[in-house]
Design a protein around this ligand. Sequence first.
Ligand code: ADP
Ligand code: MG
Length: 739
Amino acid sequence: MNLHDLLIKHLRLMDTQKAALSRLGVHTVQDLLFHFPFRYDVGGSESTIAGLEPGQEVTIIGTLEKLETKKSWKRKIPVSEGVLRDATGKIKVMWFNQPYIAKMYAEGALVKAVGKVTGSSGKVYLANPQLERVSATDVGLFKVGENQDTSPTIYGRTQEKQEGKIFAQYPESRGVTSLWFRHAIEKIFASGILEQIEDPLPPMLLKRYNLPTLKTSLVWIHTPQNLKDAEAARKRFAFQEVFLIQLERARERALQAHEKSFAVDASSEAVQEFIEGAFPFKATNAQNKAIDAILTDMRTGRPMSRLLEGDVGSGKTAVAATASYATVRTRPQGQSFGTLQVAYMAPTEILAKQHFESFIQYFQNFPINIGLITGSGCYKFPSKIRKDEATNISRAQLLKWVSNGEIPVVIGTHALIQKSVAFKHLALVIIDEQHRFGTAQRRKLTKKSSNISRDESRLRLPHLLSMTATPIPRTLALTIYGDLDLTLLDEMPPGRKQIITEIVQPSARGAAYQKMRRELKDGRQAYVICPRIDEPDPQKAFALQAKSVKEEAKRLKKSVFPEYEIDILHSKMKPKEKDDVMARFAAHEIDILVATSVVEVGVNVPNATMIFIEGAERFGLSQLHQLRGRVVRSNHQAYCFVCPESRGEKTIARLEALTKAKNGFELAEMDLLQRGPGELSGHSQWGISDIGMEALKNLKLVEAARNEAHALIQKDETLSSSPLLQEVLAKRAAITHFE
Ligand code: ADP
Ligand code: MG
């Protein structure tokens, strides 16, 4: 067996299992080994069937009988059912969505079943129990019906009470269950594959942080004898992941330090004059500090790599405009004409247009040419004829003026870097809300400079100012932005109205609707956010179903707000339909927009001052904060109604953080700490696994990983003495880099 072998070569897979594994991204033996459990269930002591009560977690040894698979009449999902019998009685067992179970166990098979007793007294059954075959000798050991108070010695320690067998629970998909994974892993382990695995972490690190080797960790994470081992293994993988990311960023940073950039030399007086003359407001202290940091970086002639983090509305555009001004005030080296250039990229066309308009306003008294390039047209400011207006120009014309340097500032979507835009002296790249923008992408932009033959500017990397309104915890920032310097805009411009946030118990919806009606009557608009679009989730056939956009929109129209125009927006609609709905909402042809959380980034409808969030406990605090940010865009009082499905105290306490936290950063920290493993969403966005996200709760671990990564890079910038680490990093890069 080889790590890179396809699983199909070693396991007999049915088509449904193949499809399920592929959905989970598991194709090879290695993928399977690194598909980690997200939880461990500990089987309790054995019970007998007679006298079981609903709600008990039990382990029962018995024989399986009458197994068969049916389709449930209601939801058309396959249900395997049968009877489990022991000396004291029998109980019905059922599995949803696991049709193969009936095929795996012969009539009368002796098994250990672990699960929860469900149903009502007198009519109980076991739903989705974990099964394990046992042999008669095992049963002799367990002695049906007797509790075990003593246990064998585990690693020299005698435990007072046997913890019970540990069952790893895996991320599942229709067709493969945790049970399947446990069997598959046993088979793979039995092949001796672990002997082939090399540990990328230097032994010195393992020793220093008391981490198990890779081989031991794999055994411990999949088949732990006790929970301590499982935890030690998880800690190792968490450390490894954070360490590898840090290592990559540290390497990137070290390489950048050797690059040349443009020395931006606008004088402090000129910049001060701009700050005072360009904006219709006084810059906040935080803005001034951010500007200082940026100018200091850009003066050095080494490429700046700075991240500006600030909540929605903290005024990042003004900072970007000032950095742009300083850049376009600087002449290319050795030239007495022309200026350095700026590319400003936004995540959507709507936002690019907004920035273009802000820049036109800010640069009124400091006339320069500004270009806008989007999929639906190109513009230049000022127009030749009307000096205070922008004019529509052809794409070819715009590209020409950018490449000969006549247009020093170009604003567009991220497509700016993919399309054939060539600059003459691109010195500053500003990026709004893109989470990673690596050296490779920067270099790509540099190559597009058209003056390669004339000077050595093709060797210069543009300065990078990355901006984000997504508040993230410090540990996450240290990790994923390890190659950037961080500046926080932690001060809001004065005079903003605080949004009123209310936790609404489901039974108190009526009162909240009353408040909404009052605002609607005053001419305001509202968002209603639901967790689902429409399809019931087959995996959760018997669980509570969250509200769906389609049904909720119907319900609101029929029995709550019949007098108002209501429409829907969700990710499964065609782009044209989405644009259309957004345009009608912006034009106030729609009063209430019922949507999923994927309301477009950059949606900006100042008249929408209310947001009602259904199933609120299903969202992270940060996400709720972002959603709430959509209604604080005007001088009207804004409201956020947060409505959970359950009235559990914990839920309410968690949501209350929304009414207490000072800002998005505080919420992001709380979010990270409160959520359990497996619940941390958004990691795909950062390219970090669940286990890595767990690590981010631990500042010490993150700092240790960071220090080690930096120390290693300082000694050996290219990692030439660690070929295994090089290889692992290259693999990671191949998966996580987008270009
Ligand atoms: P961000 O991009 O950080 O979300 P913007 O740059 O779009 O925020 O600014 C939000 C609003 O705040 C804009 O209308 C802008 O004119 C205004 N603004 C920015 N800085 C200040 C300030 N120092 N004082 C008052 N208003 C400001
Ligand atoms: Mg912005």
